[in-house]
Design a protein around this ligand. Structure first.
Ligand code: AMP
Ligand code: GLY
Length: 416
């Protein structure tokens, strides 16, 4: 099977890595990709938001499956353009991707499907904002309605800061604060059949001990030794299947990856958010543990034949990923700094630890930073303790001026 992956982050590198190891994959292409993906796939300098250009590329290279990684092309309708060209595509339509593209739409779907989530108000005026903030009280949760790369959400005890963010958003969702640990659970679906993956936990804040601003995610691990073994079944029944059923009922079936961001509260599981694509960095740890070859599952989802797929197989290994971000991420990340130590990781730490590139590019012989999250080091081990040790040993070999990473990824869970 010839596969084209759209995107160029660490999530796409993880997808390409798994696909490159998949015996069913005969050729692997990626657009636009990055310096690391170039080692496993042929890159094409195509604008990932341009559906016509992506469809033309897919047709030109004879792709038999296109996998759209990030939310922006999905929300722009790139998957629809590929399907119109007659090529199976893994990723939801523009309409179904509104589940991620609009927090207000997601709330409406959840209400209709009876999916448990935080109580919320959608506000557009200062008066509505003040009323909602007053109704819920501190801590305040204020969410920009549209896509904001993980940075549209402010959770704060400071009323003035909450108000300021809300007023800057235009259309804003203000909701009840949810207490309790967060879990990311992904499911692959063809719009009807739903196949859950293994849960992972992401670290959203920039600094150790969950301090600092929200980011796109600074690290992740899987499995979750502290979680109830029935969690996946429970979320399947209360969240994933009802949401997929509701979108099908509306005539906008969701096919692709449904990502449920969950809070495990004292009153039960609540959805914090949905995403319409694989999460980054959770994908790095989930795919590190997946034994089933990925291409067949993604193709079944794209073609609407997922009911033919047996349950997925998983390794017993644990996996940990640590994101290395550039100087000043998430505010105004500095780019163009040389990255050293990549060869040392490949020589000393493979196959248990490896680097997945995010914002990187080639500059002559050097690999330089080209984004906020620069790379993520992923490692597996017999348990989280070993996976952590291996991940941090490899992180220690990476040299990037001014870079930052969290030192506490999976630390608490490894002790559990
Ligand atoms: P989101 O973009 O909706 O995932 O929000 C980003 C982060 O903000 C989440 O991962 C949570 O850590 C936090 N957050 C969002 N909604 C809530 C909520 N209702 N209660 C508590 N924390 C929240
Ligand atoms: N890890 C958070 C996200 O992918 O949105």
């Amino acid at each position: 099977m010839k596969v084209l992956v759209i995107g160029g982050g660490a999530r796409e590198h993880a997808l390409c890595r798994s696909l490159s190891l998949d015996p069913d994959v005969t050729a692997l292409h990626c657009a636009p990709g990055n310096a690391g993906i170039a080692e496993v796939a042929e890159l094409h300098p195509v604008d990932q938001l341009d559906g016509a250009a992506v469809a033309e590329l897919a047709t030109g290279i004879g792709a038999e499956l296109v996998v759209v990684g990030p939310e922006a092309p999905l929300v722009a309708g790139v998957a629809d353009a590929v399907r119109r060209a007659g090529i199976p595509c893994f990723g939801p339509s523009k309409e179904a991707a509104q589940l991620e593209g609009s927090k207000a739409f997601a709330k409406d779907v959840m209400a209709a499907a009876g999916v448990p989530t935080a109580r919320s108000y959608v506000c557009t005026t200062a008066a509505e904002i003040d009323e909602a903030l007053d109704a819920f009280g501190a801590p305040y949760v204020v969410k920009d309605d549209g896509l904001a790369a993980g940075k549209g959400v402010v959770v704060t005890g400071d009323l003035a800061a909450a108000r300021e963010h809300a007023l800057a958003c235009g259309r804003v969702v203000i909701e009840e604060f949810l207490d309790g640990p967060e879990v990311s659970l992904f499911a692959i679906t063809d719009g009807e059949t739903v196949l859950p993956l293994q849960p992972a936990q992401d670290f959203k804040r920039a600094l150790d001990d969950d301090e600092g601003p929200n980011t796109g995610g600074m690290g992740a691990y899987s499995p979750l030794p502290w979680a109830d073994p029935k969690l996946v079944d429970e979320v399947m029944a209360s969240v994933l299947q009802p949401t997929v059923d509701e979108l099908r009922r509306r005539g906008t079936p969701f096919s692709g990856l449904l990502y449920a961001g969950l809070a495990i509260t004292s009153r039960g599981v609540r959805v914090i958010e949905f995403n319409a694509r694989f999460g980054d960095p959770e994908t790095q740890v989930v795919l590190a543990r997946l034994k089933t070859p990925l291409s067949r599952v993604l193709l079944h989802a794209a073609k609407g034949t997922l009911d033919a797929e047996p349950p997925l197989n998983w390794r017993d290994d644990a996996a940990v990923t640590v994101v290395v971000a550039s100087h000043n991420y998430p505010d105004t990340p500095r780019t163009g700094d040389p990255i050293e130590g990549l060869d040392a990781v490949a020589a000393e730490d493979a196959p248990h630890a490896y680097v997945l590139h995010a914002g990187t590019k080639r500059d002559g012989d050097a690999v330089v930073s080209a984004g906020g999250r620069v790379l993520s080091v992923t490692a597996t081990g017999k348990d989280l303790v070993e996976a952590r040790e291996r991940a941090y040993r490899a992180v220690g070999r990476i040299r990037l001026d001014g870079s930052q990473h969290r030192t506490d990824i999976a630390r608490k869970a490894a002790k559990a």
